[in-house]
Design a protein around this ligand. Structure first.
Ligand SMILES: *[C@@H]1O[C@H](CO)[C@@H](O)[C@H](O)[C@H]1NC(C)=O
Ligand SMILES: *[C@@H]1O[C@H](CO)[C@@H](O)[C@H](O)[C@H]1NC(C)=O
Ligand SMILES: *[C@@H]1O[C@H](CO)[C@@H](O)[C@H](O)[C@H]1NC(C)=O
Ligand SMILES: *[C@@H]1O[C@H](CO)[C@@H](O)[C@H](O)[C@H]1NC(C)=O
Ligand SMILES: *[C@@H]1O[C@H](CO)[C@@H](O)[C@H](O)[C@H]1NC(C)=O
Ligand SMILES: *[C@@H]1O[C@H](CO)[C@@H](O)[C@H](O)[C@H]1NC(C)=O
Length: 574
C-alpha cells in the first residue's frame, strides 16, 4: 500500500495544529485519531443508528472500551460506514482484525484552502437563470467551513420557510450569537468544544458568497461599494462548522458531511482540502461519493498550489473541482517611482488622507527572490520607509502589522515569478500596493540602480478595467463577501452581539467554491429531476473558451491558457 505524506504546501493553520499536537501530554501522545471504515455485516440486522453505534463500540478492544477518556469521536452511517476513534497502535491492530474491517485512515489536518460577481455573471433579478429558478428558492446549501457570524447577509427578509423534508436544526444556545431564521436553517459545530460561531471569517465569507441575502451599500473600507448578494440569494443555508482556528481534521469534516447528508441538503460546499491523494485514501472523496449517490451536488476547492503539476486537491471526478480566476475589478493603488514611472497595483485599504509625498524605499535582505520581510526584520531597515516585500514572505496583513510596529510607513507586496500577473486587493493596516511580478521587478531594479530611491502611492479606488474577462464564474481572486470583523486600521469598537455588516475581499480557490455551489442551486431548483452529475455537466459545458471579445483566455503569465490550464470553470450561467 502506498504511504502518503502530508501535502508539502504547509498553510499556517496546518503548521499551528501540528505544533499543538506535539505539545500535548505524553500520556496521550500514543493515542492517535483514526477513521475506521467498515463493511456492513452481510446479515445486516444493524438497521438503526443506535445498533450501528453499538456495533462500532463492540469493535474496540477492552483497553479502549473501558478507558475513562471517551475514545469514539464520531460515528458515521451516511457519509461512510465507520467511525473515528482515538487509539494506540496496538488497539488499531486489534480493530483491523475484526470481521468487516475495510480500511483505517490516520486523521489529519487539512488547510482551508460578492458584491460584484452576480452582475458580472449576468445574474440580475428578472434575468436569465435567476428568473426561471427563483434564485435557488427551496434549495438548501450546506456549507462545511469555519462556522459563521451574525451578519446582514443572513437576514430572513424575502425567504420562505425551509422545505418540509428538512431535518436539520440550529445548535441550542445560539440565541444572541447567531440568529437562525428562514435563511439560516441549520448551524452545528463538529469542532470539539466550539460553538458554530466563526472566529476566522472564512466560513462567513463562503456562506454569504453561496447564498447571502441582498445587502445594500456593501463595501470594504469604502471600496467595491454596491449591493452584495450570494449567487443563490433565495436558497437556504445550513452551516456545518468543521474547522476551528487550530483544528480542521478529516474526521470532523466527515462528521459534517454525515450530518449534512442526514439533514437533507441539496448542495454541499467545501472550501478546503489537502494535496493530491488516492481516491481510496481520500476520506473527503469517499464522503462526497455517498452524498452524490443521494443526489447531493458537491463543490470542492482545488487548492492554491499551482501552476506545478500534481498540486490539485479534491480531484475525484464525482465532485466539481475548479480553479480560481480573476474578475475585472481592480482596487487600484498606483506606485509612482522617483523617476516618474507609474505602476498599477492593488490595495483594498485606500486611505484618503495619505500624503502623496515620496518616501525612501528599502528592500530588506536586498532581494525579492524569497521571503524577505518576516524573520528578523529590524527597525533600522524599515523605520520611516516604504518597505518592499516578496509575497513569499507570508500574509500581507501580518507583515503589514509588523512593518507598522517597527515604524515603517508603507509597503509594497511583490509577486514571485510563478504568481505572474495575479494581484490581490487586501486590507492591511498601512498604506500598500500589491504589484505583479513584472512591475515588482521594475521596482527592484529601480531601487538597486538608484542612489536614493523614493516612491509614492496614489490611491485611485475601484476600477473596472479588464471588462473582457466579464463572463467567468470560477472567480476566486479578490472576492468581496461578508466578514466577521471590521478590517483595516482603527476598527470601530463593536458592542456585544449586534448583527454586523462588515465585508472584506479575500482570494483563493476557497472563494470560487461557493460560487459554483450557488450556481448549482438555481439549476437544481429548475430541474429537480436532474442528478448531481447532470447538474455538473450542465455547468461545465457552458464554459467559455474565450473572453467576450473572442480573444483567448490568458493564464497568470498573460499567455494564452491551454484547455487544461483553463479547465471548464469559466461558467456562463445565462
Ligand atoms: C451478524 O454477523 C455478526 C458478525 O458478522 C455476528 O456477530 C452476529 O451474531 C450476526 N447476527 C445475526 C442475527 O446473525
Ligand atoms: C471492562 O469493563 C467491563 C464491564 O465494566 C468488564 O467486564 C471488563 O472486565 C473490563 N475489562 C478490562 C480490560 O478492564
Ligand atoms: C455606497 O453607495 C451608496 C449608493 O449607491 C451610497 O449611499 C453609500 O454612501 C456608499 N457607501 C460608501 C461607503 O461609499
Ligand atoms: C540588486 O543587485 C544585487 C547585486 O547586483 C543583486 O544580488 C540583487 O538580487 C539585486 N536585487 C534585486 C531586488 O534585484
Ligand atoms: C507593469 O505591468 C503591466 C502589466 O500589468 C505591463 O504592461 C507594464 O509594462 C509593467 N510596467 C513596468 C514599468 O514594468
Ligand atoms: C494566442 O492566441 C491568439 C489567437 O488565437 C493567436 O493569434 C496568438 O498567436 C496566440 N499566442 C501564442 C503565443 O500562441
Amino acid at each position: 500500500m502506498e504511504t502518503h505524506s502530508a501535502p508539502s504546501a504547509l498553510f499556517l493553520l496546518l503548521a499551528v495544529s501540528s505544533f499543538l499536537l506535539t505539545a500535548s501530554s505524553p500520556q496521550y501522545s500514543q493515542l492517535q485519531s483514526y477513521i475506521i471504515r467498515m463493511r456492513l455485516p452481510r446479515n445486516a440486522t444493524l438497521v438503526s443508528a443506535q445498533a450501528l453505534d453499538d456495533w462500532y463500540r463492540s469493535l474496540l478492544p477492552p483497553t479502549a472500551a473501558n478507558s475513562t477518556e471517551p475514545r469514539i469521536l464520531y460515528t458515521y452511517t451516511a457519509a461512510m460506514t465507520g467511525f473515528a476513534a482515538r487509539l494506540t497502535e496496538d488497539e488499531l491492530r486489534s480493530v483491523e482484525r475484526k470481521p468487516g474491517f475495510l480500511a483505517s485512515f490516520r486523521d489529519r489536518q487539512v488547510p482551508l484552502l460578492t458584491t460584484y460577481t452576480p452582475r458580472l455573471l449576468g445574474l440580475l433579478p428578472g434575468l436569465g437563470l435567476w428568473t426561471h429558478s427563483n434564485m435557488g428558492k427551496g434549495i438548501v446549501i450546506g456549507v462545511l467551513d469555519t462556522g459563521l457570524v451574525d451578519h446582514a447577509s443572513f437576514a430572513e427578509q424575502g425567504m420562505d420557510p425551509p422545505p418540509a423534508r428538512w431535518r436539520g436544526s440550529c445548535a441550542p444556545g445560539l440565541q444572541g450569537a447567531i440568529s437562525c431564521n428562514n435563511k439560516l436553517i441549520g448551524a452545528q459545530s463538529f469542532v470539539k468544544n466550539e460553538s458554530p460561531v466563526d472566529t476566522i471569517g472564512h466560513g462567513t465569507h463562503t456562506a454569504s458568497t453561496a447564498a447571502g441575502n441582498f445587502v445594500a451599500g456593501a463595501n470594504v473600507l469604502g471600496n467595491a461599494n454596491g449591493t452584495a448578494s450570494g449567487i443563490a440569494p433565495r436558497a437556504h443555508l445550513a452551516i456545518y462548522k468543521v474547522c476551528g482556528r487550530f483544528d480542521c481534521t478529516i474526521s470532523s469534516i466527515t462528521a459534517g458531511m454525515e450530518a449534512a447528508i442526514k439533514d437533507g441538503v441539496d448542495v454541499m460546499s467545501l472550501s478546503l482540502g489537502g494535496g493530491p491523494i488516492a481516491f481510496y485514501d481520500d476520506v473527503i472523496a469517499i464522503g462526497a461519493f455517498s452524498a452524490v449517490e443521494r443526489g447531493i451536488f458537491v463543490s470542492c476547492a482545488g487548492g492554491n498550489s499551482g501552476p506545478m503539476a500534481t498540486s490539485l486537491s479534491n480531484e475525484a471526478p464525482w465532485v466539481l473541482t475548479v480553479a480560481a480566476s480573476t474578475i475585472d475589478r481592480n482596487i487600484r493603488a498606483t506606485v509612482r517611482l522617483g523617476n516618474g514611472v507609474e505602476l498599477d497595483g492593488e490595495s483594498a485599504y485606500q486611505p484618503n488622507s495619505y500624503p502623496s509625498d515620496s518616501l525612501p524605499m528599502a528592500i530588506p535582505d536586498g532581494s525579492l527572490d524569497g521571503p524577505n520581510c518576516w524573520q528578523g526584520l529590524v527597525e533600522a531597515e524599515v523605520k520611516g520607509k516604504m518597505v518592499i516585500c516578496s509575497i513569499e514572505s507570508g500574509s500581507s496583513i501580518l507583515i503589514g502589522d509588523n512593518i507598522k510596529s517597527l515604524g515603517g510607513l508603507a509597503m509594497l507586496m511583490v509577486n514571485g515569478e510563478l504568481d505572474g500577473y495575479t494581484t490581490m486587493a487586501e486590507a492591511p493596516n498601512l498604506p500598500m500596493s500589491y504589484l505583479n511580478y513584472i512591475n515588482g521587478s521594475s521596482v527592484a531594479h529601480y531601487v538597486n540602480a538608484t542612489q536614493t530611491p523614493v516612491a509614492s502611492i496614489i490611491f485611485r479606488g475601484t476600477v473596472f478595467k479588464r471588462s473582457v474577462e466579464a463572463r467567468h464564474l470560477g472567480t476566486g481572486v479578490n472576492i468581496l463577501a461578508a466578514w466577521a470583523i471590521q478590517v483595516g486600521p482603527n476598527p470601530p469598537q463593536t458592542t456585544g452581539n449586534t448583527q454586523t455588516t462588515f465585508f472584506t475581499m479575500i482570494s483563493g480557490t476557497s472563494m470560487y467554491v461557493p460560487h459554483l455551489s450557488g450556481i448549482a442551486a438555481p439549476i437544481k431548483a429548475a430541474h429537480p429531476d436532474w442528478s448531481s452529475t447532470a447538474v455538473k455537466s450542465a455547468i461545465m459545458t457552458t464554459s467559455d473558451i474565450t473572453y467576450k471579445d473572442r480573444n483567448p483566455i490568458k493564464n497568470e503569465q498573460y499567455n494564452n491558457a491551454s484547455f487544461l490550464g483553463m479547465g471548464a470553470d469559466n461558467v456562463n450561467p445565462i
